[in-house]
Every structure is written in structure tokens, then in C-alpha cells.
Design a protein around this ligand. Structure first.
Ligand code: GCU
Length: 784
């Protein structure tokens, strides 16, 4: 008696007729197969219907171990098969049988063999054990799952291995894995993926973890004039087949004999100042978007057991960095620092650095192609050589734990996992003098009792902190404060605070272009202080470190943002990775700055599921790395009915402050519309106006209804401030914007000339009427 059972929930049905007759019917597609078993256990396929074609197969090749390839299906139903893999193989298998049935059995069998060889078959395998029919179907699925598991393990392990041992270990490890996976097609597939992965991850890995508090380390500035070669066609980077050239301008070649062929030179070339953008240094580069090669020579006399790093404060947008003709790596993102360990590459004596800087805007970039500020290209912040001991304090955190007013938590981490290393931490004014000993991860932490004077805008008290390890001493100035929300209030050091803010771009006053030094920052901060501000929104990207430290010394609270601006590519994993890296590098650089109270992950981004997922990921990253600062982003008004406007956003549930931009009276409506406007804003959190404003040409006067006049701008300020001030939960604002700034989207020649004129101070320092309207509003707010 034949028995039959279905081993796996395969889409097959084994129907048994009588003693040795059976039929296998697949539910998903209408094929039918029937046959019988002879006493020697051979199966004879008597009849098959494939895609409705009747056909006789006769004896099909049988394998003694009792397993043969078969396929059958059920008529009139075509549901399609579960899971792509088996679907594909199923069809392939069908095709094999089909060929066999209608004609060349050889071809049919051949095809079948091939599938068999590739182990990529998904045919019904009937095994006979003492007259028991068993169907084993999802053999491949298992294999697929197995392979998938292996890939995941490999990914996790290789990242860990790379972190621990760098790339050297990676490849042999990969090969071992590949060998393990003995499946031709999968092996090939896996091999390609692995190589791709290695290439991408290794390049990224080249720019290592950013050194923290770099200005406190032993540094040699490389600022100043750098020779340049403008390269609009990237002739120095690609060969004429657009392949990355092995002999590009990074070689800094010079003809050694009269027959030598070199078509570029840095010797007699022009020079540009670093730090600085190229657009405002040379008329011919004002609109330039493309590549410029920068070259700098330097002498290195490196002493003793020191590590040496090449550090960039920021390069907009993409930087390929070479030392003595050898590629160190690449960095993407125009506003965050990066560095390369050049200890084993720098030579005693003469060295040269070449950087290919490219500021071409990219749709999948962060920011993307469309923004309302000038795409200043160049090496826009400090460049320096940084010397450290072999083992040094890479990062530290000194703060009061969330909600704890009696203790200071100290955490240090070395650049490598070394245990037993002594790190001394002194805060002389608080009589704190502690020595920490690192564990096997090179980390140590301690909590000490202390009651420091709390930092606040009124009293921006900073304490000198000295962190010493081996023969390096890092000096820092750290303030202690507490920031939180309670209902719809923002509390600083436990007391409600109104954020009297202003938005700022990193545009230099008077000379315009990227801010390049303390004087630019000082001027902007002095105007903000004169306004009566206690808060700055640093828009829309991380500003330079000196600006953040200066604001902290001046008692200005800060909003720090990454350029996830307008409509970026939400579904693109590389874009997400880029945004995440910028967020991480920003938090790593400034996490000890007490002035920063808000991390912002986006500005004016369109609603979609992909966007929500993207931003929620960034929000999670902030939460995972900072349990104290407030999280926000600049949202938009979601809908307006009559005079009732609503701010509804998926992210409202994830942020601490509901912040939004609104230009009532400028991009729509009249200033007076503010007088009747009602707001529907989630009431369980404070709300903050991250932008409002109007354009005005300094010195242009007229009646208050005439756009572009100072009077009109002042009118918008009056009505807008009054509107929000009567709305419950209003916890502050940072009107758009402190100073006029360059924008490629502003081409009105009478009033704009490529400047966004919403500043309340012109780029030449002229204060517009609105400056004084806001000043008065803050004076009253701060005296209440
Ligand atoms: C937007 C945007 C700013 C822009 C401003 C404006 O809200 O966030 O980057 O400059 O509006 O239109 O002036």
C-alpha cells in the first residue's frame, strides 16, 4: 500500500489512486502528472498535462536513491508561486519538463541537469521509503535562508572585524566565507556583493573617527595660500574614458626633462586662501560649481612616538585627499570635520597634500540640488596637522547627568582599546582632580560630587577642564546646565525660559562668503546680542566650531542642524547614510558644548512614509547618543482653513519641541492677517517658530504696504510677534534671518542681486527697522 504525505507546506498535492498509482497536483499552476511505481521502486510517468498541453512522457529517468525531478499543476488556477526564488526555479523546472515533453528529451534533461547542478531546482522530489511517498519541495528555500543567514553573519562580523583590525583582516575572512558557501550561482552572486561592499566600506573607513577638541591638541596649521588648478572637466581625475585616473593631478607631476609631457602645474598656478570659499575670492569662480585641485607643501620633522593626523574643519562638498601622490581617502558633506591618520605615510622633510574639491550639487546629496543659500565651494575651514601620543584620549564627556544637580559624570575613551591607561581629569575651580584607569575597551568613567555654578545666558559660566593622558594635555572650557521640557514649557536649569532667538547663516558680514575667522563670528554674535537674543538657530548645517564656542562664551543657547533640507532622496540608503554620518560627526564634534540645547534633523521636508522613516531614523540616532538635549526639526504649516492654521506632522510625536516655519504676510497674505490667525498646534509640547520674516532692502523706505521696504518688513515683525505671543505654548522664535545672505534663487535686480534680503541687518551691517522691532519685543520678553 502506498502512503503519501506532504513534508513541507509545498504548493503540491499528492493524490493517490489505488495501490501504486499517484498524481502530483500543484495548486498554483495547472499541471498534472500521474504515474505508477513498480515494485523495484521505479516510477513511471504515464501522463502529464503542462500548461494545458497533454503529453505522454513514459519512463522518466529515475535515480536509485528514489528521488527524481517532477512537476505538476492544477488546471484553471494560476495563483503564482510563493517567493521569487522558488517561483523562478519552478518556472525553469516547468520549462525543462516542457522541452522534454514536446520534443528533445535531451534538451529537457540537459536543462534539468543544469538546474540540478546549480542546486537551483525547485521540483517536487519524491522519495520512496518502503512505499512511502515523501515530497521534499523547499530544499532551495532552506538553502536560500541558509545563505541569507550567512550573509548577515558575515556583514555583522566583518564590520566588527574591520573596526577591530581594519581592512587587512577583511579579505581573507571574506574568501573563507565564500568557500564555505558551495553554491555556484550564489557563490558568484555573493562574491560580487562582497567585493562591492568591501570597496564601498573601505573607502568610507579611510576618514577615521573625528578627533574631538582638536584645537586643544598639538597642531600645525596648514592654512594660508594653497596652489590651485581649476578643473571644470575633471581632466585631472578621470582619464578620457572617464575612469578614475591613476596618474591624475594628485601626482603633482612636474616635467623633469624637456621631453616630459605634463599638462597642468601647481607651480605657476593661481592660489586661493584656506580657509575660504572660491566663489568670493575670484570673480571667475563666483558661479563656479565643479572641481578645483588644491595643493599645499609642508615640512614634517615628526619627533618620537607620535601619531600624526591630517585634519579638515570642512570642505564643500566632496573631497578626495592625497598625500605625496597617494590617496588617503574621500569625504562627503560640506559642513563637518574629518581627518586621516597619516602616521605611516608622512615623510620626514618635504611632503605635499593635494585635495580634489568638488562642489557639484547632487540629487542624492545632503543637501540636494535645491537650496536657498550659496553653494560656496572650497576648503572652507581650518586645515591642520595634529600630533598625538601613540595612545591618546580620543573623546570625553564631562556633564551633569540628566536631572542630577549634585554630580558631574566624567567619561573618557582612548583612540584604541587599551586597558590600564591612566587619564587625569582636573577641574581646578571645583577642586576636582581625579585619575581614571581605562578598561579593556580603552574606556573609563566616574561620577564625582560637585555643585558647579550653572551655565545660563545671563551667567555663561565655563569651567577650565584639563584632561591629561601620556604626554598630551587637553584643555577645555565646559559649562554645566540642565535643559528639558515640561508640558508646553522649556526649562533651563529647572526654570522656564523663552528662547529669544534669531536664525543665522554662516555668511561673513561685509566681505560675504563663508565665515573664515573669529572676527566674522564675533560680528554676527555682537548683532545678536545687541538684539537681546539668548538663542541662535545655526541654519541649515553645522557651523564652524569657533562660532559654537564663541556663542557659548557669550551666553547664547544654540540650535544645531544638519542639511536635510527640502526634498532629498528619502528612499536612497546612501543618502540616509550620508545624513547619518553628518549627524554623528556634528554630535561628536560638539557634544561637550553646553550652549547647544537642540539637535535639529531637518528643515521644511515634504510629508511621505519614506521621509517619516528617514527622519525617525535620525531622531533615533540622536536619542541613542544624547539623553538630554532637545530634539527638533523645522516643520511646516500642514493646512489652513479660513484663518485657522494647523501644524500636523508624523514627527510631532518624536520631537521635544514643535518647531515650524511660517511666512504669513510674505509668501502669502498680509501682515494684518496675523491679527485674526488661529493656531492648531499639538499642545502637550512647547512650540517654537524656527522661521518667519520678510524681505527688505536696507535703506529702501516707503509705506508699510510696499513690499521690500523696511517699513513692510517691520510691519510683518510686529503682527507676527503679537500673533504668536498670544498663542499658548509659544516658547520662542528665531526669525529669518539676522543678516542678508547670498542665494542663487534671488534674482530681483532692484532689491536682491543674489541676496536673500530677509536679514534685519544688511550684509554691510545696516540695521533695518525690523531689527529694532524685534529688539524691543525681546527687551519686554526678557524683563517679564
Ligand atoms: C525657507 C527656508 C530658508 C529660506 C527661507 C526663505 O523657509 O528654510 O532656507 O531661505 O525660507 O524663503 O527666505
Amino acid at each position: 500500500m502506498l502512503t503519501a504525505s506532504i513534508v513541507h507546506k509545498s504548493p503540491h498535492e499528492i493524490i493517490q489512486f489505488g495501490h501504486s498509482q499517484f498524481a502530483i497536483v500543484t495548486r498554483q499552476c495547472y499541471h498534472l502528472m500521474a504515474g505508477s511505481l513498480d515494485s523495484r521502486g521505479f516510477m513511471h510517468v504515464d501522463m502529464a498535462r503542462i500548461n494545458g498541453h497533454n503529453g505522454l512522457i513514459g519512463t522518466h529517468h529515475a535515480v536509485n536513491d528514489g528521488s527524481i525531478g517532477l512537476r505538476a499543476a492544477h488546471q484553471e488556477e494560476n495563483l503564482g508561486v510563493r517567493g521569487a526564488t522558488c517561483h523562478a526555479n519552478f518556472l525553469l523546472g516547468l520549462f525543462a519538463i516542457y522541452i522534454k515533453t514536446i520534443g528533445s528529451r535531451r534538451l529537457g534533461i540537459g536543462f534539468h541537469e543544469m538546474l540540478h547542478h546549480l542546486r537551483m531546482r525547485s521540483v517536487v522530489v519524491v522519495t520512496f521509503k518502503r512505499n512511502h511517498i515523501r515530497a521534499i519541495y523547499i530544499y532551495e528555500i532552506h538553502r536560500c535562508l541558509l545563505v541569507a543567514k550567512i550573509i548577515i553573519i558575515f556583514l555583522i562580523l566583518s564590520t566588527k572585524l574591520k573596526e577591530k583590525f581594519g581592512n587587512v583582516i577583511c579579505f581573507p575572512y571574506l574568501c573563507a566565507h565564500i568557500y564555505l558557501i558551495n553554491c555556484h550561482l550564489m557563490k558568484r552572486l555573493f562574491f560580487v556583493m562582497t567585493v562591492l561592499l568591501t570597496v564601498t566600506t573601505t573607502t568610507r573607513a579611510a576618514s577615521q573617527a573625528v578627533l574631538h577638541n582638536v584645537y586643544a591638541r598639538q597642531i600645525t596649521s596648514l592654512n594660508g595660500n594653497w596652489q590651485i588648478v581649476a578643473d571644470p572637466y575633471d581632466a585631472g581625475y578621470y582619464d578620457y574614458r572617464l575612469k578614475e585616473s591613476a596618474n591624475g593631478y594628485f601626482k603633482n607631476d612636474q616635467p623633469k626633462s624637456k621631453g616630459d609631457h605634463v599638462e597642468y602645474d601647481f607651480v605657476d598656478s593661481d592660489a586661493l586662501l584656506v580657509p575660504g570659499d572660491w566663489n568670493t575670492q575670484r570673480k571667475e569662480f563666483f558661479f563656479y560649481e565643479g572641481s578645483i585641485w588644491y595643493k599645499k607643501d609642508f615640512k614634517w620633522n615628526g619627533q618620537g612616538q607620535k601619531r600624526c593626523y591630517l585634519y579638515f574643519g570642512a570642505v564643500n562638498y566632496q573631497a578626495e585627499v592625497y598625500l605625496n601622490g597617494e590617496k588617503l581617502g574621500m569625504h562627503i558633506g560640506g559642513y563637518t570635520p574629518f581627518n586621516f591618520d597619516i602616521t605611516d605615510k608622512v615623510k620626514k622633510g618635504d611632503n605635499f597634500i593635494v585635495v580634489r574639491v568638488n562642489n557639484v550639487r547632487k540629487p542624492d546629496g545632503v543637501p540636494t540640488v535645491n537650496s536657498d543659500w550659496w553653494n560656496y565651494g572650497g576648503i572652507t575651514r581650518d586645515v591642520m596637522l595634529v600630533e598625538t601620543p601613540e595612545t591618546f584620549v580620543d573623546d570625553y564627556s564631562i556633564r551633569m547627568p540628566k536631572g542630577d544637580y549634585k554630580n558631574i559624570e566624567i567619561k573618557v575613551r582612548l583612540n584604541q582599546p587599551e586597558s590600564g591607561v591612566k587619564v587625569s581629569v582636573k577641574i581646578p575651580e571645583l577642586r576636582i582632580n581625579k585619575t581614571l584607569t581605562t578598561n579593556e575597551n580603552g574606556e573609563a568613567e566616574m561620577t564625582v560630587k560637585a555643585k558647579p555654578q550653572l551655565w545660563s545666558p545671563q551667567k555663561p559660566k565655563l569651567y577650565e577642564v584639563l584632561i591629561s593622558c601620556n604626554d598630551e594635555q587637553l584643555r577645555d572650557e565646559i559649562g554645566f546646565r540642565h535643559i528639558e521640557t515640561s508640558g508646553n514649557k522649556i526649562l533651563l536649569n529647572g526654570k522656564e525660559i523663552f528662547l529669544s532667538g534669531i536664525s543665522v547663516h554662516e555668511e561673513a558680514p561685509f566681505k560675504t562668503g563663508r565665515c573664515t575667522g573669529e572676527q566674522d563670528d564675533k560680528t554676527l554674535i555682537s548683532w545678536a546680542k545687541e538684539l537681546g537674543c539668548n538663542f541662535l538657530r545655526l541654519a541649515h548645517y553645522p557651523h564652524n566650531e569657533q562660532m559654537v564656542r564663541l556663542a557659548e562664551r557669550e551666553g547664547l543657547l544654540l540650535w544645531s542642524e544638519i542639511p536635510v533640507y527640502w526634498t532629498i532622496h528619502w528612499n536612497n540608503p546612501a543618502t540616509y547614510e550620508n545624513a547619518l554620518n553628518q549627524l554623528r560627526d556634528n554630535m561628536k564634534r560638539d557634544h561637550n558644548r553646553c550652549a547647544i540645547i537642540v539637535w535639529s534633523v531637518a528643515n521644511e521636508t515634504p510629508h511621505s512614509e519614506a521621509r517619516d522613516k528617514f527622519l525617525a531614523g535620525l531622531a533615533q540616532e540622536v536619542r541613542a547618543n544624547d539623553d538630554e538635549r532637545l530634539l527638533s526639526m523645522a516643520m511646516e504649516v500642514s493646512n489652513t482653513k479660513g484663518n485657522v492654521a494647523e501644524v500636523r506632522d508624523y514627527m510631532s510625536s518624536l520631537v521635544d519641541i514643535i518647531s515650524f516655519n511660517c511666512y504669513l504676510g510674505w509668501y502669502g497674505g498680509k501682515p494684518a492677517d496675523c491679527d485674526t490667525r488661529q493656531w492648531m498646534i499639538p499642545q502637550d509640547k512647547p512650540f517654537f517658530i524656527s522661521e518667519f520674516g520678510a524681505g527688505a532692502l536696507a535703506g529702501l523706505h516707503g509705506d508699510a504696504a510696499a513690499k521690500w521696504t523696511e517699513e513692510y518688513q517691520a510691519e510683518v515683525y510686529r503682527h507676527t510677534l503679537a500673533m504668536y505671543d498670544r498663542t499658548p505654548g509659544f516658547s520662542g522664535c528665531s526669525p529669518w534671518i539676522l543678516m542678508d545672505f547670498r542665494s542663487p534663487r534671488r534674482q530681483n535686480h532692484q532689491t536682491q542681486n543674489f541676496f536673500n534680503r530677509k536679514g534685519i541687518v544688511s550684509e554691510q551691517g545696516v540695521k533695518k527697522q525690523a531689527f529694532f522691532v524685534l529688539q524691543e519685543f525681546y527687551r519686554q520678553k526678557n524683563t517679564k
